[in-house]
Write a protein that binds this ligand. Structure first.
Ligand code: HEC
Length: 171
């Protein structure tokens, strides 16, 4: 009888014990889980902010590099533009209309009129260089640069080419 009681009490004690242990384990697991959750969250936050920092650093560096490249390239690019721009950009037609048309529209006798091939033929035969020279330096009744000293040589040349090409030349 005694033995049985003891056995029963032991069983009861064991059951209680294991239930408590279960509860404890559950709580511990929950605590760990929430800890892990918090830690992970803050670790992710930290990682995100350091990624952001790194990204802005990269952007800064890229900007700096770009402006450095610009500075390094700019001085070399400018002279190149200067040497190539005038020939390419001068609009011979515009120069003609502004300065040369007054005399060369074909209304003044002795002045070769633009479009009048017969009047230009003997002049074109002299060659492009001679026509450029005569237009820049002046030639008989033709004033130097058409009287407009503000024109560059390239502008006068472009106007000559335009006028001659309108009149049968292939400059
Ligand atoms: C004030 C009037 C006048 C203006 C403005 C004028 N020209 Fe002339 N141009 C003349 C006369 C006049 C001649 C003919 C000269 C001759 O052969 O006796 C001439 C001739 C020329 C010839 C032919 C030269 C040759 O060797 O046969 C060219 C090219 C020419 N002009 C270009 C121009 C250009 C380019 C302009 C404008 C930038 C211009 N002219 C503006 C009066 C003018």
């Amino acid at each position: 009888m005694n033995k049985l009681l003891i056995a029963a009490m032991m069983m009861a004690a064991l059951t209680a014990c294991s239930q408590e242990a279960k509860q404890e384990t559950k709580e511990a697991a929950q605590a760990i889980a929430s800890d892990v959750k918090n830690n992970t969250a803050s670790a992710v936050d930290a990682a995100a902010s350091s990624v952001q920092e790194a990204a802005s650093k990269v952007a800064d560096t890229a900007e700096k590099a770009a402006s450095e490249v610009k500075e390094a390239v700019a001085p070399e690019a400018k002279p190149a533009e200067k040497t190539e721009a005038p020939a390419a950009k001068v609009d011979g037609k515009a120069v003609y209309e502004a300065t040369c048309k007054a005399c060369h529209s074909g209304t003044i006798p002795g002045t070769p009129g633009v479009g009048k091939k017969d009047e230009w033929e003997p002049r074109i035969k002299q060659g492009q260089e001679t026509l450029h020279k005569h237009a820049i330096e002046g030639f008989k009744g033709m004033p130097a640069k058409g009287g407009n000293e503000g024109l560059s040589d390239d502008e006068v040349k472009a106007a000559v080419d335009f006028m001659a090409n309108e009149s049968g030349a292939k400059f």
